[in-house]
Write a protein that binds this ligand. Sequence first.
Ligand code: NOJ
Length: 541
Amino acid sequence: MSDQAREEWWQSAVVYQVYPRSFRDASGDGVGDLEGLREKLGYLSDTLGVDAIWIGPFYPSPMADFGYDIADHRDVDPLFGDLAVFDRLMEDAHAAGLKVLIDFVPNHTSDRHPWFAASRRSRDDPLRDWYVWRDPGPDGSPPNNWLSVFGGSAWELDGPTGQVYLHSFLVEQPDLNWRNPAVREAMLDTMRFWLDRGVDGFRIDAPLFMMKDPGERDNPPNHAGIVRIHKPMGAYDAQLHLYDQGHPDIHDVFRVMRAVLDEYDPPRTSIGEIHEFDPRTLGSYYGEALRGLNMPANFGLMKTPWTAAGVRAVVDALEAGIPLHGWPNWVLGTHDDPRLATRLGGDEARQAAVLLLTLRGSPTLYYGDELGMREADIPPEKQRDPWARREPGLGRDGCRTPMQWSAGPGGGFTAAPEPWLPMGADHDVRNVETELRDPDSMLGLYRRLLRLRRRSRALRRGAYRPLDGVPAECFAYVREEGAGRAAVVISFCSDPLTVDHPDLAGRIEVSTERASEGREVAGRLELGPQEAVVLGRLTHG
Ligand code: NOJ
């Protein structure tokens, strides 16, 4: 077997994203913490049955962007605990069979980071070139038209030295200068710091921003109103972002990061936050000879009509477009996007669960989506996201409300009188405790799917083959390896549907309609409205 075809642990893993502020508050201050997460490891590894967790930023931070503004890369913010708690969490997670990925934020730091404090002190400071400083125009204008993702110019004048610095995100998040070898080395050492502590990999934040056009040319206007990523970005969409991110030199950065991950045994992994929708371009980030990102995150399913043809088009294009042996990632929810069950609808979110956990690749599953948590409507006075304050309507608080563990005040998340964001309005009925008692719940469905995936090698590792000759309102595919075969059929039809296909044979193992489970199928499958099923002769193991 060639090196590239080697089986890696992360290729079988379902990764669960924990937004640490919102998962479980053990300290009672209304904000989630690492000890709270540690208490809930059993839920993740056994009750739910995922294989890995990705923990959002927990580093010391002024929290201008809730932890994506890091003031010290090598510690834990007291709000979340300390390094000893982190070590205990790692130990217990590993003992429970869970791998741990953490957020790595390479493009920027907090403006309170000691590096930036030094860098802004004087034009001659040895760390001046660790960030991107330029002279403003004679009239004080910025050096080019680049925009901050969160609104306004990406350049900020810093009084004392009379120069501007670049911040692709908030003013409080100055961009590091990745063209400076010393920055590179310092950040690679940061990776090693956590890898030496035992972490199994990183989710890499906003990585394309690390390499900009060296000529720093103006971005052209977006006259055609092209929506570049999977959602509108407000004022940021006024330009085509050709020059402020994604310069091809980024491939070399990914290569050196990968080399660090590969220094460890077994090799650690990376999921890069890449918003690219052309499969060839997305595929390029796996790198030459697959020596780049282990998995570029794949948001394709969030940018397609929720129809059989729309979903199949994304899956087929990805399968055809990424490099041979490139291992896909699938995303349907994150801490930056409106909740899945609100975006798609309740029944559609059940179809989405089947899809997410049966496609070829390693899915990332956003906390609470397994309960069908809805986007919360946060009144303006309780909104916390800085983006909401700058561009009303783009705020991300609605998908960051506390995990709904049980009914009652605090929802099993906190004992504090008020959590940092309000509990979702439906938390009395939609919560872990209630849903565990109801096998027809969203949680029941996720648990059955995760269990099936654990015992089916075809689902974890098998090839993907779409089925033609099925009704237009349904998307059907087979995952197969050796004698093991799972067929997945998802009906997008609001009426019952009959599907005839010779590959549809075997037992219905999991369905969005539990009553269908256990039925034997032999070439003809009767589906209820919007039903999604997994069936077949699954070789276990
Ligand atoms: C992407 C992260 O997912 C988002 O939450 C954050 O605000 C930006 N990067 C800046 O780090």
